[in-house]
Design a protein around this ligand. Structure first.
Ligand code: G4P
Length: 527
């Protein structure tokens, strides 16, 4: 049963440059999966950011997706979990962690723009993890680039082989659907108002008169020639290469009109390999291993204002999980009980009774978890640490009302534990306020907004001129004395590890000269 249940689970993320169509495609996944009956009911961009995967108020105000949310829904007997990755460049840290919790990625390309900057960055992470990647070329209903040219660009810029599974039937205003190369069938679609419902389609063969009627003589001839050309390459999709992220199956379509969408979704669930074994300190653990193992990849406080709760998101990596079961918290070295776990089915959270490898569950967190924590049944197993990115921008939070000191401290600590921001405290023997470090500037706005909305603290962000943070390893340095010698600002991170903040490379170099036995490392190890 374990193997069967695991095989049903498909946990993935969507990677794309903003505006390529991630929100639209997500909504259409829900439509075709039967989780919603009507997509895009509200058309305006601002209102559409209400889309079911978005939670926070600020996301709605700005129309960008800030937090990583998880959306689970059934699709043709499978259980899909879409781990949302914030599209904004500033939130890449959160995005990277989200990708660690998935087994495959869908890469969306805008057919007019091809491979864009954010796509490249996210792709690199997937490539490092050797994850299977599926490519959906979107907006075929608009004028775009030639499909052959797009294939060439993906191969050249991203260094991955491309295997087109579907092929567009004409493009722009004449886009009618797709040819499915494996099934050797043509799917012609009909427009439905705003693409809000499942679009009716007709299935014909490549030499059917319906195709000529839909396209005209010249269009039909061109299509047959294109197909001959790609078929001439002669190779079939190599599933092993797909599993290792060396080749990507490519699909064409339009998320807004739904053309080409069901062919993509069906192939995606069919071709997506089962979860691969994951590396741990005890060697790779297979998903169908009897032991329950999981790791925390995200913590989010106050997700539901009415509940004021804090949720730790776990990726179940192996075995079976049951409600109320006792598990070993490896970092704390003790057993804890997982009570009231939730899954996020479409719009609602539901209590889960059991779960299997591949699932993502949210558990109530009374302050026990940190990102990267491993949980297991049986003998302790620790998963490889998640990457922590060195912050590049720093600031102090200035309270407007000094009576709120306690709330501010609590708020900042919680945000740091969530991984939304890194917090650096003055070392022992020094007074002072904590310093915030972030990778992207927009994170400061998020902190300010969340402090006000969730902790009732009005604060001002005062930017500081540091630009690097380095963790100290090897010989200790006198943290409290660094500043007076202009060697940087010594501090402690949220786990009590020594860190030095520098204004630039020149300062790092002079500090290194003063303390030649210490190592100043860029990554803070595990988080
Ligand atoms: P994102 O989450 O990746 O940022 O993209 P999103 O789905 O919000 O789509 C960005 C814009 O592209 C939206 O237009 C959306 O309607 C449009 N779009 C998405 N898929 C397609 C497609 O297949 N064809 C065409 N022609 N457009 C598509 P917008 O003008 O910003 O918003 P709206 O006014 O349409 O709501």
């Amino acid at each position: 049963m374990l193997t069967r249940e695991i095989a049903r689970r498909k946990t993935f993320a969507i990677i794309s440059h903003p505006d390529a169509g991630k929100t639209t495609l997500t909504e259409k996944l829900l439509l075709y999966g039967g989780a919603i009956q009507l997509a895009g009911a509200v058309k305006a961009k601002k209102a559409r950011a209400h889309a079911v995967s978005d939670w926070m108020e600020m996301e709605r105000e700005r129309g960008i997706s800030i937090s990583t949310s998880v959306l689970q829904f059934p699709y043709k007997g499978r259980l899909l979990s879409l781990v949302d990755t914030p599209g904004h460049a500033d939130f890449s840290e959160d995005t990277y962690r989200a990708l660690m919790a998935t087994d495959a990625a869908i890469m969306i390309l805008d057919c007019a723009k091809g491979v864009e900057t954010q796509t490249k960055k996210l792709f690199r992470v997937c490539k490092l993890r050797q994850m299977p990647i599926f490519t959906f070329v979107n907006k075929l209903d608009r004028p775009g680039r030639d499909p052959f040219e797009l294939i060439g660009e993906v191969e050249e810029v991203l260094g991955i082989g491309v295997y087109p599974v579907t092929w567009p039937i004409s493009a722009g205003g004449k886009f009618r659907g797709v040819y499915h190369r494996e099934r050797k069938q043509v799917f012609l679609f009909e427009l439905v108002a705003h693409g809000a419902e499942i679009a009716p389609m007709e299935v014909v063969s490549l030499d059917a008169p319906e195709l000529v009627a839909a396209l005209d003589e010249e269009g039909a001839r061109q299509l047959r020639e294109d197909i001959e050309l790609i078929d001439a390459a002669g190779d079939a999709l190599d599933r092993d290469k797909l599993a290792r992220g060396e080749v990507t199956p490519m699909f064409f379509g339009s998320a807004i009109t739904n053309f080409g969408l069901p062919q993509f979704l069906d192939a995606f669930i069919e071709l997506m390999p089962p979860p691969a074994p994951r590396g741990s300190d005890k060697g790779p653990i297979a998903p169908d291993d009897d032991r329950f193992t999981a790791f925390v990849f995200k913590i989010q406080a106050n997700m539901d204002r009415a509940h004021r709760d804090r949720i730790a998101f776990l990726r179940v990596c192996s075995g079976r999980y049951e409600r109320g079961m006792k598990v070993h918290h490896v970092r704390l070295g003790r057993d804890i009980r997982l009570t009231n776990p939730v899954q996020f089915m479409a719009q609602e959270r539901t209590l889960v009774e059991d779960g299997f490898a591949g699932d993502i569950i949210g558990v109530f967190d009374p302050g026990l978890f940190l990102i990267g924590d491993s949980l297991c049944s049986g003998s302790p197993v620790k998963y490889a640490p998640l990457p922590q990115f060195p912050p590049e921008q720093f600031a102090r939070v200035i309270m407007i009302d000094p009576m709120k000191r306690k709330q501010l401290k609590k708020g900042l600590e919680q945000l740091a534990q969530e991984g939304s921001v890194q917090l650096f405290r003055p070392p022992e023997g020094r007074e002072g306020e904590a310093i915030l470090g972030v990778v992207g500037e927009l994170q400061f706005d998020v902190v300010k907004h969340r402090l006000a909305a969730e902790y009732g603290v009005d604060a001002r962000i005062e930017r500081l001129s540091f630009s690097l943070a380095r963790w100290v390893e090897g010989e200790p340095v006198p943290l409290a004395e660094l500043e007076s010698n202009l060697y940087g600002y010594g501090a402690l991170d949220v786990h009590g590890n020594p860190v030095v903040l520098f204004k630039g490379d020149w300062q790092l170099e002079s500090c290194q000269k003063a303390f030649p036995q210490a190592r100043f490392v860029e990554l803070g190890g595990s988080i």
